[in-house]
Design a binder for this molecule. Structure first.
Ligand code: 6PG
Length: 466
């Protein structure tokens, strides 16, 4: 990532110095890519810092956590008042807040910057979410806005807010990424094992979806994945015909933690981000492969003969598409709701319309419908929930029958669809004027005298229920 970002900066005509703690890597980088721009290698930290103009702007691209602090400590011995340190990794926002404060006390400015888009994005234009020192942003704004992805002539980069606002926004981006990926995986499972589509058919279905309202980076790469053939020779004694690579990939999802952090922070705020949280749990469940293999021989599912989708195959494909779209809308609505609440909690003036705008290009969750989200927040900056924006209300009205059908079919077929079904449950909960929470309040008051409010008069009440 760091190398590609450096090449991106150089290719835009900005001079850049690079440093890696392994000096051979620095030399190799300069030897390979030095011709792409004004690139200088610094064998030592002192050489590297010495090559920079003041006020210096140094971007760190290392693993989140202790490595960031270690590099900062090494770096600051060489920096001067007013220099800027930028952390472009997936740091926890509370770490970023601490670094902003501690570096300010030492006369340095800090920008915790979410950078999304993977290796390709870093090279050709990522989505960038800088937060922290506002005047530090002024130092790097020209470079950042030039190296970022551009959509309709607008850079996918804006100053997000002070403290840890940039990394918080990136964390929620990643949470939505988890939900989006899980929803696509559930659609895959239903089409593969419910409908029995093969990989070539899945490639066609996802390619078709990518040409419509669902058009997005994640749908596009999903379509591409189904077309890839395995180039490895069969392993002697291991079952499995040569075929598509996807069928050889072990079904255990890894995670580095930003999805989990999003869910944890949502719990702290009391904001229901059910799709993101279910996506994190789904990865955790997938990791229990040994237990799943054992349980698969013991725990019964539906009667095998019943586990078939009806004859209307195209109808079911369309229903899964609608369920995917509706669930995605819920997942994004929940993520934006979390950003709204976090902004209020932490005192960040987050502009949700602009956040949607800078996610339209470069990042992993870039999708056509982010234009609609941008429009919704631009028209109504105080929108309580994205589901209430007319475009999304109409979309949910149009897709909800198919959404319900798919969730019912998933239950009937015994195919887990936790993100589809929890998104639908959220939708049904959010649109209900009356929920059964009155009973929960009554129970709390009965066993713990926790009191309750009444619908017919103001005040706080406790009753002798027995
Ligand atoms: C991005 C991604 C990236 C993230 C990977 C892996 O926006 O470019 O979100 O920052 O690190 O997607 O995340 P997991 O390993 O947790 O799936």
């Amino acid at each position: 990532m760091g190398q590609n970002l450096a090449r991106n900066v150089a290719s835009k005509g900005f001079p850049i110095a690079v440093h890696n703690r392994t000096s051979a890597k620095t030399e190799e980088f300069v030897a390979t890519y030095g011709h792409e721009g004004d690139i200088v290698g610094g064998a030592t930290m002192a050489d590297f810092v010495g090559a920079l103009e003041r006020p210096r702007a140094v971007m760190i691209m290392v693993k989140a956590g202790a490595p960031v602090d270690a590099v900062i400590e090494e770096l600051i011995a060489h920096l001067d008042d007013g220099d800027v340190i930028i952390d472009g990794g997936n740091s926890l926002f509370t770490d970023t807040e601490r670094r902003v404060r501690s570096l300010a006390a030492r006369g340095l400015r800090f920008l915790g910057t979410g950078v999304s888009g993977g290796e390709e994005g870093a090279l050709h234009g990522p989505s960038m979410m800088p937060g922290g020192s506002h005047d530090a942003y002024a130092v790097v704004a020209e470079v950042f806005t030039k190296i970022a992805a551009q959509v309709d002539g607008e850079p996918c980069c804006t100053y997000i807010g002070d403290g840890g606002a940039g990394h918080y926004t990136k964390m929620v981006h990643n949470g939505i990424e988890y939900a989006d990926m899980q929803l696509i995986a559930e659609a895959y499972d239903l089409l593969r094992h419910g409908l029995g589509l093969g990989n070539d058919e899945l490639h066609e279905v996802f390619s078709t979806w990518n040409a419509g309202e669902l058009s997005s980076f994640l749908i596009e790469i999903t379509a591409r994945i189904f077309a890839v053939r395995d180039d490895q020779p069969p392993v002697a004694g291991v079952a499995g015909a040569p075929g598509h690579l996807i069928d050889q990939v072990l079904d255990q999802a890894a995670q580095k933690g930003t999805g989990r952090q999003t869910a944890q922070e949502a719990l702290e705020l009391g904001i229901p981000v059910t799709a993101i949280t279910e996506a994190v749990f789904a990865r955790a469940l997938s990791a229990l492969r040994d237990q799943r293999l054992a349980a698969s021989t013991v725990l019964p599912g539906p009667v095998p003969g019943d586990a078939r989708v009806g004859d209307d195959r195209q109808g079911f494909v369309d229903a899964v598409r609608d369920a995917l779209y509706a669930s995605k809308v819920v997942a994004y609505a929940q993520g934006f709701d979390q950003l709204r609440a976090a902004g209020a909690e932490h005192g960040w003036a987050l502009d949700l319309g602009t956040t949607a705008a800078i996610w339209r290009g470069g990042c992993i969750i870039r999708a056509q419908f982010l234009n609609r989200i941008r429009d919704a927040y631009t028209e109504h900056p105080d929108l309580a929930n994205l589901l209430l924006a007319p475009y999304f209300t109409e979309l949910l009205a149009r897709t909800q029958d198919n959404w319900r059908r798919v969730v019912s079919e998933a239950v009937r077929l015994g195919i887990p669809a936790p993100a589809f079904s929890s998104s639908l449950a959220y939708y049904d909960g959010y649109r209900r004027a009356q929920l059964p929470a009155n009973l929960i309040q009554a129970q709390r008051d009965l066993f713990g005298a926790h009191t309750y409010e009444r619908v017919d008069r103001p005040g706080t009440f406790h009753s002798a229920w027995e």
